[in-house]
Design a protein around this ligand. Structure first.
Ligand code: CAA
Length: 386
């Protein structure tokens, strides 16, 4: 971004330095061995990056939404896996606790989540419901003053290492979305089990797994927000999360661009460096333009969030464009490398694999189009009515 406040520039500078010194040098190894970036996460917690948007009064860094997006983008240029681990802890865990939690819930969970002593995950997706998120089988029934939870959540990013889950469960199944409630579930509770971590196309260091609940007993203090408000909490939480994923997609695409650009200054073909070939220059022109467009959409979504009120459309547009842009940019970047792009010797193939998930998690591109169309129709109806 062209004009940043001193605070924004400071946070971005720290994130860029961390990505260059602590993430980029190890990203290929973390990915190849599917190693959880434990030491890197500890370093990020020291910088305050595990609780960026949590208000300072609740122990967080109190960053505005643009600073948050800039930091996630910078981290993703170094390691896409680390960036999503951080994004989930921030947007999908700390943020709903800060926004919907009671003073006791905030006191209990936010300091350790922000300081990196605890890690969070978000449990919405189930084996038989991903996009159709309201139709979940996981059920929480009243048990005395508390709750008894049974069911299974899958593709849970951070799941193998998390201490707490923001869990969405049906409390009145017949009511659909209106019968869903949110809970804060300590994953040390009896009856919680986790499968081994998932094998995936990319983001190998960002472990995910299925987490199952077998008659897990929760006290009344586990309910996050009001009973029956869980679906709205999940959707509002995902609005924020989608800005983070859009930023992650931009970071991956920028890293792919940078690597291909550098390679084009070394590689000779037909008697000159490939950077001087118009075919390659046109690819860079398209990549640079799309990257800028995605950044502007993310900045606009962050500004809409900072103004208050709903920013559903802006977040969905940013995620849709940035994630599909990342797929196109990483595809072209790999093409610049030619055969070497297909080899694990260079980072192009990792960027290409890592970019793909950004079109799927926290809402697929198809769901983003549904959400945007819904908002466009609603705005048109409101304009016609006025
Ligand atoms: N903010 C607040 N409220 C919202 C909202 C939002 N963004 N979106 C919807 N709502 C409200 C609606 O206003 C409605 O309320 P009323 O009943 O009072 O009118 C209620 O929620 C139900 O909304 P819909 O009727 O639109 O619900 P739907 O069942 O048709 O579903 C959907 C809508 C957009 C398809 C939704 O199911 C969805 O977003 N699906 C995708 C799920 C998703 O993103 N999953 C990602 C999993 S998390 C993950 O990937 C994390 C990770 O590991 C990295």
């Amino acid at each position: 971004m062209d004009v940043l406040t001193e605070e924004q520039a400071l946070a971005l500078g720290m994130a860029r330095a961390f990505a260059a010194e602590r993430l980029k040098p190890v990203a290929a190894t973390l990915d190849r061995d599917a190693t959880w970036p434990k030491a890197q996460l500890a370093g990020l917690a020291e910088l305050g990056f595990m609780g960026m948007t949590v208000p300072e009064a609740d122990g967080g860094a109190g960053f505005d939404p643009l600073t948050y997006a800039l930091v996630i983008e910078a981290l993703a240029t170094g390691c896409a896996s680390t960036a999503v681990i951080v994004s989930v802890n921030n947007s999908l865990v700390c943020e709903p606790i800060a926004k919907f939690g009671t003073p006791e819930q905030k006191r209990a969970w936010l300091p350790p989540l922000v300081e990196g002593q605890r890690l969070g995950c978000f449990g919405l997706t189930e084996p038989s419901s991903g996009s159709d998120a309201a139709h979940m089988d996981t059920f929480a029934e009243r048990d005395g003053r508390g709750w008894r939870v049974s069911g299974s959540k899958n593709w849970i990013t951070n799941g193998p290492h998390a201490d707490v889950m923001v869990l969405l469960a049906a409390t009145q199944k017949e009511l659909g979305a209106q019968g869903v409630s949110a809970f804060l579930v300590p994953l040390s509770a009896g009856g919680v089990s986790r499968d081994r971590h998932d094998e995936k196309l990319g983001i190998h260091a960002a472990h995910s797994c299925t987490v199952s609940f077998d008659e897990v007993l929760l006290g009344p203090e586990a309910l996050l927000g009001a009973e029956g408000q869980g679906f709205k909490i999940a959707m509002a939480t995902l609005d924020s999360g989608r800005i983070g994923i859009a930023a992650q997609a931009i970071g991956i695409a920028q890293a792919a661009f940078d690597a291909a650009f550098a390679y084009s200054h070394e590689r000779q073909a037909f008697g000159s460096l490939i950077k001087d070939k118009q075919a390659i220059q046109f690819m860079f022109a398209d990549m640079a333009t799309e990257l800028r467009a995605a950044r502007l959409l993310v900045a606009q979504a962050a500004a809409a969030k900072a103004r208050g009120g709903r920013f559903t459309r802006e977040a969905a547009q940013a995620k849709l464009f940035a994630s599909e842009m990342a797929t196109r940019v990483t595809h072209r970047a790999l093409q610049v490398f030619g055969g070497y792009g297909y080899s694990a010797e260079y980072p192009a193939e990792r960027h290409y694999r890592d970019a793909r998930i950004t079109e799927i998690y926290e809402g697929t591109s198809e769901i983003m189009r549904l959400v945007i169309a819904g908002q466009v129709l609603k705005e048109a109806a409101a304009t016609n009515a006025s």
